[in-house]
Design a protein around this ligand. Sequence first.
Ligand code: PMP
Length: 302
Amino acid sequence: MATERVVYIDGEIVPESQGKISFRDQGFTHGDAVFDTTRTFGGRIFKLGGHLDRFYNSLKYMRIDPGMTKEKMADLTMQVLDTNKPLLGENDDYWVTQRVTRGVPGGPGEPSRHSVIIECTPLPFVARAKYYRDGLPVVTPSIRRTPPEAISPRAKVNNYINLVLAELEVKAQNPDAWPILLDVNGNIAEGPGSNLFLVKDGVISTPKEQYILAGISRQTAIDLAHELNIEIHEADIDLYDAYIADEVFVTSTSFCICAVSSINGSPVGDGGVPGPVTDRLQKAYSGLVGTDIVGQYLDSLE
Ligand code: PMP
């Protein structure tokens, strides 16, 4: 039985240790590439179609032609996942990522040779389980989220330097803290891999799509709130709104829905997590995906 995961690179499915990308690839030299990541629940892939729609929108924004249809990308994704599935531990699941780089620049008049990569990474349940037990201590760094006038945050591009520096700043203060960036107007934007929601007097609000990556889990939470008849809307939210909120939670592919315990050291609500609205949404999310999203993390507590 295979002991190493496989990766799709440029027309071939090979063991990960044999996957190679040129050091001249602009994805490496300039962060000039596009990616998207979904996950599995009990080995079943989640909303692959929605992720690939966002992926192809990001590619169009970046003017990169992946050289294959969405259907082909979906097909290859399933081949890589199916090959890697036997290596999943019990109670484990994968992040499943597609990436297309601008590639190695061609000679004069020649197009560059882009690379397509599809891979699986085990989700970090052990490292993050404590956040499901204690809630996330959110800290807002001084670095602001890239404004749409510079690089649209709506596209999921490889260049994460803005978010990486923000995370380094926050983790230097508290290694457990979870960064959430403000935008250049001082409104709350998003974290390196997560969207934020507030609950006040039973009404949920979340930052507007123009200033953030529209998370697939964010949309899932919005759809579930509608199904549960909980009022929800997009709004400009600032730190004042966050400090006085009854509940705060983040959404992301890996976390699904995770409660926030504090914002810049100020406890959220009465300090208990999850609050009642977050709890209802987490239960609805678990029902939708057929996995107890909270239990899966808590089972990994060391
Ligand atoms: N914002 C950013 C910057 C992200 O990288 C991610 C992760 N893709 C998210 C938000 C959350 O998106 P999703 O729910 O699709 O994982």
